[in-house]
Design a protein around this ligand. Sequence first.
Ligand code: ADP
Length: 926
Amino acid sequence: MNIPKKEHAVISHSLIQNSGDAMYLSNLDGKLIEVNKQACINLGYTREELLKLSISDIDTEHKSDEQVQEYFTILERDKYNKLSTYHQRKDGSTFPVEVSVSLLNENGNKFVLGISRDITDHIEAKNNLFSYIDTLEKIHEITIVAEDIEKMIFDVLTIVQEVFKTDRAFFLSSLTVKEKFQLPPIVITKDEAPCISISNTNKLTKSYQQELFEKRNYVKNEVHVSVHSNVAKTPSYIQELHIKSEMLIPITNSDNTNYLLGIHQCSKAREWTPLEKKLFIEISRRIGDTINRLQFYYTLKESEKKYKTLFDNAPLSYHSLNTEGNIIDVNETWLHFLGYQREEVIGKNYGDFLHTKWQHVFDTNFPKFKARGYVNDVHFKIRHKKGHYKYISLQGCTGCYPDGSFKQTYCVFQDISARKKAEDQLKQSEEKYRLLMEQSPFIVEVYDLDGLQISVNKAYEELWQIPKEVTLFKYNILESKEVLKTGMLYFIKRAYAGETLDLPDHLYKPENEIKGSYKSRSRWLRTKVYPIKDEFETVTHIVLVHRDITDQKEAQAALIKSESQFKTFIQQAPIPLSHVDNTTGLIKYINNQFLDVFGYSHADIPTMEKWWKLAFPDPKYRKFVIKHWNDAVALSKKKNADIVPEVYDMTCKDGSVKQILVSGITLGDDFLSMLVDITAQKKIENELIAAKEKAEESEKLKTAFLANMSHEIRTPMNGILGFAELLKTPSLSGEKRKKFIRIITDSGERMLATINAIIEISKIETKQVVPNISKVNINELLQSQLNFFLPEAHKKEIKLSLTNSSLTEVFSLFTDYAMLNSILTNLINNAIKYTNSGTITFGYLKKENSLEFFVKDTGIGIPKKVQKTIFERFTRVDHESTKAIEGSGLGLSITKAYVELLKGTIWVKSEEGVGSQFNFSLPIKS
Ligand code: ADP
């Protein structure tokens, strides 16, 4: 744009006149030649007044023309300059200005143009900024060294009050703040401000605090300004605290504790500049940071205190050594444990406290410890002040200087004296167990989790006849073909899973497993396998314990063989044998001979119980036999001897009873019994016994006979000989002679009777007497007997009668008449002989198949004990009353023999002093 020269001058003039900056045009002498409006305003002169002045009149920095000239000289060289100076108004006051000065050259005429700006505000702002920085610096100084929160806040509030020229500066904690960080309200009040105390207990403060923290929604780290211009509308506590204006900022520290920094203006309401607000924020930040720092510091201090207490009272003893191994610190526990005072320990070499044996351990290992940086579970024997030693286990690490060089050790240790003692004991007992295992007759093997054999005992070496090195750490049970083949692997795996097991007996052939030149034999093993577990019940090893049962197995095989031989023997044995399991009572086996003798099959008698019942059907006898037998078996077992042989009557299957000699042997729990049939033998034996008894009897009889004969023959013989001699007497009267002859005859008859009886007896015994059977009329016979005996009975004044219901009948019996007659004669004769008074009745009763004869008397009777023997030969009742009565004692025995020859029986019933009744019965059909 081309502006015409004239217009250009007008525009320039207008621009200059209306510029906000003051402009001064002067010549090189300093004389003002033109000024604009702003220059007039700034200096309070009119244009005209100013154009009469020089630069030196208005510029306080260049008060003389010389000074102005000097400045212009510099300007001539630089053409442009900028300076700060003060201008003096017409009223004499000055104000700061910043002047841009330039040299103008108009067609050789030189002028100086000054454009000045009033920088009063600028300077003030600058000053304010300085005070801002200054304030922050002061606060920084306070906070950086602060150790006490309250004091720090107090100091800061003092500065705040000063800087903000406020009536009240304060710091409040939220009412809900943790007790630990609860601070009392801290307030700085200007002397002339209304003295309103702000305290924890003050109600007013409380409501204000409540209002501030609970009702107003503050934004963290943001300034909140309130101006309470309308006093009537403000709450009472605002009024009572005389708050006109307030500036507040919440401070929230790291643990979310809330505080509030505030200032009150009480005299008049006011606003705060942004710079002031900024400063306020900065101050609050510093306070917040410092509180955080101090709170952290307090906590740290507290925990340090705690740590120190802990350190001193820890159950672990602690010490720290320097690079020389000298003690630089110990805790209370250390001192207490070893009985020293701190001053006795600090500075001393650690080695000095150790047992001499351990001193060199320390000396050699301490440099290693320093180099390595840590130690763990190092054992020392350390001396107590009293002289005894303690076992300790030490753990520690080293600390370094920042340059990495060794500074000190930090070590703790535990008293392991008790543990050491227990360990020693354990070692001893372990040693015992090791010995036990080593010496055990059982074969012991230990395997690790991988199946590797890690330990075996002596018995193992003996079993396989190899040194243990052959398999130890080489043989793997989980990979063994033999273990797999024998089926043991299954059990081994179960043991690894935690079970304890008894393995089935197995034959182990190690030839495939044992390498090298060793030849090992196969063995039968009985094995137990069990796991070893750690404290967490985790299996760490398994143990196999074997018993070599090869011999046992071989013995068993031999036994089986001998057993079969035994069976053959039993089978073939010529006598009945039975094999019984005594515990179960099962009859294991019976041989053929047994079957032959008893007729029972094995099916009939599977058990002893069955046998007892069949062989001994009579319960009483059975009971007796069982007891007897069991006693015999028990005795045999106890004495380890054969079962004592005994004879029992055993019933065979066909019902016959056989006499069996039972003997036997016990075979462990079994017994083998031999049953010999001795029935025939027994019969012969019995016969022999009978014969023997008979012979003995005959011997007795012979003696009795001789005794009797001496009496029975000698008496009548004496009579005969005596009276025969007397007959020789010449003067013998006829009467006497007759009497003597009769005596001789009687004696002769008596002797004859005796001799007849003897002959009869011997005839009977030699079986020469044979009944001569004929039809006999019984009633006739009895009648004749009555007739025969009546005179004799009469003589003794005894009533003799025949009572017979069948008397009327004509009754015949086929029998030997003479014998029957003799029987009756004998009995009736005896009755009369042994009866002194009373009655004798005789007769018969007809029974079904027999005739029962009886002879009853009221005589002297027969004592009970001799009633049985009375029928034996030569037996006479030894009785006073019978002594006088003659008799050979043969009558009843002949009678009995006759009765028996006639197939009858004879018996007697008698009571001493009451009487006797002899009965005999004869069969009707003979
Ligand atoms: P004896 O020739 O002695 O009579 P016996 O054999 O006839 O021999 O009798 C044996 C014994 O039995 C007699 O000695 C007598 O003691 C006793 N005796 C027999 N009959 C009777 C009886 N009726 N009353 C009492 N005792 C009798």
